[in-house]
Design a protein around this ligand. Structure first.
Ligand code: AMP
Length: 271
């Protein structure tokens, strides 16, 4: 991949990279669109990164559909798909992991030990392999964005991190590859996440600034949904992922599926 990228850069072309784990949906494709608008060439990577899944998480059953992914990426006009194998990314002798401290520690860091180390390692490797000018990430995974921005600054990777807005279904549910796990009943229950975010944004717009009260608006809406088990519901600073702040972040289990979502309460909830 690096050879092609060096050639393109030698020709004076700018390169945008969109890292994904496949099972593509309109959220991923919106990042490809953004990347196409801002770069001469777009590379999408498709790699289900084993080291960002903890034992007992859904690595084995994570949805995989390489043929459909390739079709969607070609239709959306990507110039290259980078699809490394697990063996090439992590040969048995590999001993290096990239650890970002601080912002990777609260919330997802507590709930998914090792997750952000896996993310920081794979993102480092993808950025080195593709050497893009810009890399595109979704606001849907807000803490991942903060970890990646820290990583890029700390390692002087010289790539611009661009963030695309969360793409949602008509009822407000954030698109996610994991939504395919949901039964019809669970899919209805998943709307409680965006409903909670909307209620907290309405409370904020009506003048509520007390972090405890904003948090209880989130929690009470989630707890009204019998199928939802709240992992966390907090209002944090988007740089540190600790309070106080205006970014409402949620992780909720619905049946066996863990969903996350977030919204900056100082902005109107879309839709
Ligand atoms: P994933 O394949 O889930 O690792 O996601 C790849 C990229 O797409 C990440 O940067 C995600 O934040 C982003 N993404 C996932 N879901 C959405 C969404 N609903 N809207 C916008 N971006 C998304």
């Amino acid at each position: 991949m690096l050879d092609a990228s060096r050639r393109w850069r030698g020709d004076g072309k700018s390169i945008g990279l969109v890292p994904t784990m496949g099972a593509l949906h309109a959220g991923h494709l919106s990042l490809v669109d953004l990347a196409r608008r801002e770069n001469d060439l777009v590379v999408a990577s498709v790699f289900v990164n084993p080291i960002q899944f903890a034992p007992g998480e859904d690595f084995e059953r994570y949805p995989r559909d390489p043929i459909r992914d390739a079709e969607l990426l070609e239709q959306s006009g990507v110039d290259a798909i980078y699809r490394p194998s697990v063996e090439a990314m992590y040969p048995p002798e590999a001993r290096t992991r990239v650890h970002v401290s601080g912002v990777s520690e609260p919330l997802e860091g507590v709930a998914r030990p090792g997750h952000f180390e896996g993310v920081a390692t794979v993102v480092s490797k993808l950025l080195i392999a593709v050497a893009p000018d810009r890399a595109y990430f979704g606001q849907k995974d807000a803490q991942q964005v903060a970890v990646v921005k820290r990583l890029v600054r700390d390692l002087d990777l010289g790539v611009e991190i661009r963030v695309g807005p969360t793409v949602r279904e008509a009822d407000g549910v954030a698109l996610s590859s994991r939504n395919v796990y949901l039964s019809a009943e669970e899919r209805s229950a998943a709307a409680s996440l965006c409903a909670a975010l909307r209620m907290a944004a309405d409370a904020y717009a009506a003048g509520e600034r007390d972090p405890d009260r904003l948090r209880s608006v989130l929690r009470s809406r989630l707890e009204a949904e019998p199928l939802a088990v709240v992992d966390y519901a907090e209002v944090v600073d988007p740089g540190t992922f600790r309070g106080p702040g205006t970014l409402a972040v949620l992780a909720v289990r619905i049946g066996r599926t863990r969903l996350i979502d977030n919204h900056d309460l100082s902005l109107e909830f879309p839709g």
